[in-house]
Write a protein that binds this ligand. Structure first.
Ligand SMILES: NC(=O)c1ccc[n+]([C@@H]2O[C@H](COP(=O)([O-])OP(=O)(O)OC[C@H]3O[C@@H](n4cnc5c(N)ncnc54)[C@H](O)[C@@H]3O)[C@@H](O)[C@H]2O)c1
Length: 347
């Protein structure tokens, strides 16, 4: 492809705006067509991201027609049909997480983009986080010994308030479920990345807020094929001073890691050397952590720049639908286990 890529957006809310900033920062691309069920939202989005009011179009089909690449940033239940339409047009697609409200639909979407042979990427953006990139590399380094246990806590206020400013996350028909699917699909993906293939999932869940089908408490136990174990606690409370926060501890046989900030650290490491005295605690955060992660994998912190690069190369993007599908398998197993009173589900 030569010249600037023409980018289209379907869904102009919170995360659409985040990707529009990423596209603008990446350069070499222009936002040319945007559509939202709320035309005022689409108009403000177009104006704020250098596209101008002429970029607002009346339908998703018009976005797909006008653009070289399409971002699907609507609430979750709309993703499958929109992705199917982009894939049918043979165009690259970036879809927000979760891919869909069910494993079956996520499976069909992955099959559709694979069949169409289009570059595809999912908004599992913590794969670009310096904190998790550094943690994953250190914890899977043979010098640390095998991963034994992971303690993963993810909490935020019920996201129908505060900066989210929308109510669809309280509606099972639009969101599919609550904290584990809508939010902690990120965490399931990260745990699989840290621990390798998972063989068993058990879970307990509850809906304290009384929203039908919207879990706001989830406790999940994952067992990996390697023998590693993880507990994931995912909570939607009402403490409005706490937007999304994660704390992760990884216990390997000869090293212990702790992650406090899920993008810029701090992340600490305490290692037991093969010989001699223990080395104390090493801690990294901010730009030093960003540089350390960059030296390890060269991945960068802008998922949109990476996606657009992959489109220009005509190659695969990362993380793609196939990666997200594995996280959906874990979420589905967790919901099935919770429905069966915590009985483990074997994968
Ligand atoms: N990757 C992340 O970390 C992250 C963070 C936030 C949200 N998300 C995901 O992004 C998606 C959107 O979340 P949000 O916070 O931006 O929600 P939002 O409510 O801010 O925006 C969603 C927008 O989609 C529009 N919409 C819905 N159906 C549509 C359709 N068929 N055609 C056109 N527009 C449509 C709505 O009018 C709304 O403006 C969800 O799937 C969510 O899980 C991901």
């Amino acid at each position: 492809m030569t010249g600037n890529l023409r980018v289209g957006f379907i869904g102009c809310g919170l995360i659409g705006r985040s990707h529009a900033r990423g596209v603008q920062a990446a350069g070499g691309a222009d936002i040319v067509a945007v559509h939202d069920l709320d035309p005022a939202r689409a108009a403000a989005f177009a104006t704020d991201h250098g596209a101008g009011p002429g970029a607002v179009v009346a339908s998703a089909e018009a976005v797909i027609e006008a653009a070289d690449v399409v971002y699907v940033c609507t609430w979750t239940a709309e993703h499958p049909a929109l992705v199917a339409a982009v894939a049918a047009a043979g165009k690259p697609v970036f879809c927000e997480k979760p891919l869909a409200t069910s494993l079956e639909a996520a499976n069909a979407m992955t099959a559709a983009v694979t069949r169409a042979g289009v570059t595809n990427q999912v908004g599992l953006v913590l794969r670009n986080s310096p904190s998790f990139r550094w943690l994953q590399h250190q914890a899977t380094d043979p010098g640390a010994g095998p991963v034994m246990n992971v303690v993963f806590r993810d909490d935020q206020y019920l996201p129908v308030q505060g900066l989210y400013g929308s109510t669809w996350r309280a509606d099972k028909a639009k969101a599919g479920a609550g904290t584990l699917l809508e939010h902690s699909i990120h965490d399931l993906d990260l745990l699989r990345w840290l621990m390798g293939p998972i063989r068993s999932v058990s879970a307990r869940m509850r809906c304290l807020h009384g929203l039908d089908g919207i879990d706001d408490q989830a406790s999940v136990l994952l067992e990996a094929e390697s023998g590693a174990q993880a507990t994931l606690t995912s909570v939607w409370h009402d403490v409005l001073s706490r937007p999304s926060q994660r704390r992760v501890e990884v216990f390997c046989q000869r090293a212990v890691f702790a992650l406090e900030g899920d993008w810029s650290g701090p992340v600490s490491a305490e290692r037991q050397p093969a010989e001699g005295p223990a080395g104390g605690v090493e801690s990294l955060q901010g730009p030093a952590l960003g540089q350390a992660a960059e030296r390890l994998d060269g991945l960068g912190q802008n998922p949109d720049a990476a996606f657009l690069d992959a489109v220009r190369r005509g190659g695969p993007a990362y993380p793609d639908f196939a990666v997200a599908l594995e996280a959906h398998r874990l979420a589905d197993a967790a919901y099935r286990s919770a429905a069966a009173d915590g009985t483990p589900v074997r994968l």
